[in-house]
Ligand binder design. Sequence first.
Ligand code: R5P
Length: 298
Amino acid sequence: MDRVALHGFPGEEQPAQLLAQALGVTANLVRTHRFPDGEIVPRVAGAARTVLVYRSLADPNEKLVELLLACDAWRRAGAERLVLVAPYLCYMRQDAVFAPGEPVSQKVVAELLGRSFDRIVTVDAHLHRTRRLDDLAPDTQWTNLAAAPAIAAHLSRMDMPDDLLILGPDCESAPWVQALAGAVHREAATFAKTRLSDRHVTLALAETTAIKGRPVLLVDDICSSGGTLAAAAAWLAEGGASHIDVVVTHALFSHETQSQLVKVGVRHIHSCDSCIHPTNRISLAPVLAQALSQEITR
Ligand code: R5P
């Protein structure tokens, strides 16, 4: 039996293959059979002593069942260590009971995954009220990587004006906006955001931040409904920004949202490949491979 192998799922062959190449391991594909009644059975291509499972968890409701069933198959095939590589970790935003009768989905999902995997590696997990993923499921080894180095490397290959402002849409984005701005030596700022509903927010920016005639790069961890970035772009267009570009780690948005962002003044939208999306320009494989190198040598 191989010591380490990577297994991925249909639809995510490209990022899984890039990661396997970066680690120098073979990539295998899980095949899932769907029965006429809608139940599924994933079939794994054997196992290794350590199985690295590449499964990003955008659109998670069906993926979670498939993933947990596949874990049972890998264990039965002899895997001693299962490492989930989920560049996008789902359900992290429901980190509190926001209205009576709701669950804390973040904890439920972290505990569920933690029961099947020895280690879980993710990128820019949406942690606001919870400081560390270890607080959610302490018996699992968690690694929450920053996309900022991959984004900074991408930006440094592009034309970046000296007066570029790197702007986050809310105060929670300050850590990654500052990390990115520090890496590319540009000014950073953040809006203050108030969420009104799933799709609507209001934003305010300190008057001391100059916008008129200035290129701005909006940076966020997630773009979902696009309401946040659309409000930010409209605000900047109104304020006379010369160019508005967007970089997001996790692109969860629809084609219609993309058109809407362009309509309110966004020029380019680039995303990391954590969620398969037409705006993917930034591979997370180097960042993931560095964190996983210890799995190859252990
Ligand atoms: C919120 O705290 C996040 O950082 C994002 O700003 C948010 O999830 C974006 O969501 P939407 O695209 O639906 O406004």
